[in-house]
Design a protein around this ligand. Structure first.
Ligand code: TA6
Length: 314
């Protein structure tokens, strides 16, 4: 019983906002704010921070926290009439004390269950009743798992449709030294060219200017190679066919009040998402979207880790 307590701790964060700290016995940890159901920290068992949070992030409603893993629901970006990225990221979530059963293999890990239901105010802007259950779990190896279960609880027989993203901000050493593997030759919508559709060239994605693309029907595994840090992030995703890749570069960085002018050099968003084909749920139906993040110590050039082996391997 005692080790259990250490694994999950309710605490106060910035501006006194409630947060949950998850600790894994070997030393990795994660932090989740009830504001936004927002993961703001993920550390490996050396205590190194793996997610980027801006030094100018505001932890003050109604502004979403700049960094970590904002949840975009029920609308990704401006793909619809609602506010940018929907409203889940600037609502207060609750701890779900009675979550429906979960797949057996997740028991015993440091995890927390959160829940979001619409307020009367929300119903005025998006007239649907739903239950959004979010489980955040740390695996024995320090992997970070986020599982969303969204159920349509409308009593008026109405279906609803939404788009979704885990808007993950990864911490990188130097964006110009980073490569993304797994999205080669895929079609994408370019957000910098009116969402026009293009096909990616055959090589890994590298960064030398602002980039804002939605890759369509991607493989379930994507790798981010941080050459300088000899680290590879592996994103495994389920129920989330698309992937957004974003770096604001210098001009956009300067234009964002809650983002440092040079911080674009040390972050990259790679977002497991469902955008191209919005999800429609009839009353009683439930959707599941899961992402698992791993950080593998690696040295690309030493060949210890061939990204193709990562992407094609287990
Ligand atoms: O996911 C990429 C994106 O949609 C970009 O277009 C950019 O706007 C980014 O999200 C940040 O959005 P935010 O509303 O958090 O400023």
């Amino acid at each position: 019983m005692s080790s259990e307590r250490v694994l999950v701790e309710l605490s106060k964060g910035v501006n006194g906002l409630d947060k949950i700290i998850l600790r894994e016995t070997r030393g990795s940890s994660a932090e989740v704010y009830l504001y936004g159901g927002h993961v703001t920290s993920w550390k490996n068992d050396h205590g190194e921070e793996l997610l980027f949070v801006s030094s100018k992030a505001l932890f003050k409603p109604p502004k979403a926290i700049r960094g970590g893993i904002p949840i975009c629901f029920p609308q990704f970006s401006n793909h619809g009439p609602l506010e940018q990225h929907g409203f889940a990221r600037n609502r207060f979530w609750s701890i779900d004390t009675d979550p429906p059963a979960f797949p057996t293999n997740s028991s015993g890990k440091a995890h927390i269950n959160l829940i979001l239901r619409p307020s009367e105010e929300d119903m005025k802007i998006w007239p649907h009743s739903y239950e959004f259950r979010l489980r955040v779990a740390l695996g024995p190896g320090g992997d970070l798992m986020l599982t969303s279960r969204i159920r349509n609880t409308n009593t008026d027989g109405k279906p609803f449709t939404f788009t979704f993203a885990y808007h993950t901000y990864f911490s990188v050493s130097d964006i110009s030294e980073v490569r993304v593997e797994g999205l080669e030759t895929l079609d994408y919508l370019d957000n910098l060219q009116n969402k026009e559709r293009f096909t990616e060239q055959g090589d890994a994605i590298t960064f030398e200017t602002e980039l804002d693309k939605i890759y369509l029907s991607t493989p379930t595994k994507i790798a981010i190679l941080d050459h300088e840090k000899k680290r590879t992030f592996v994103i495994r995703k389920d129920g989330l066919p698309d992937a957004v890749v974003w770096n604001p570069w210098d001009k956009k960085a300067k234009a964002m009040a809650d983002f440092g002018d040079d911080e674009y050099k040390h972050m990259l968003c790679v977002e497991a998402a469902a955008i191209e084909k919005p999800i429609t749920l009839k009353p009683g139906e439930e959707w599941r979207g899961r992402q698992e993040l791993s950080a593998v110590p690696s040295s690309y050039c030493s060949g210890q880790l061939d990204p193709q082996k990562v992407l094609l391997g287990s």
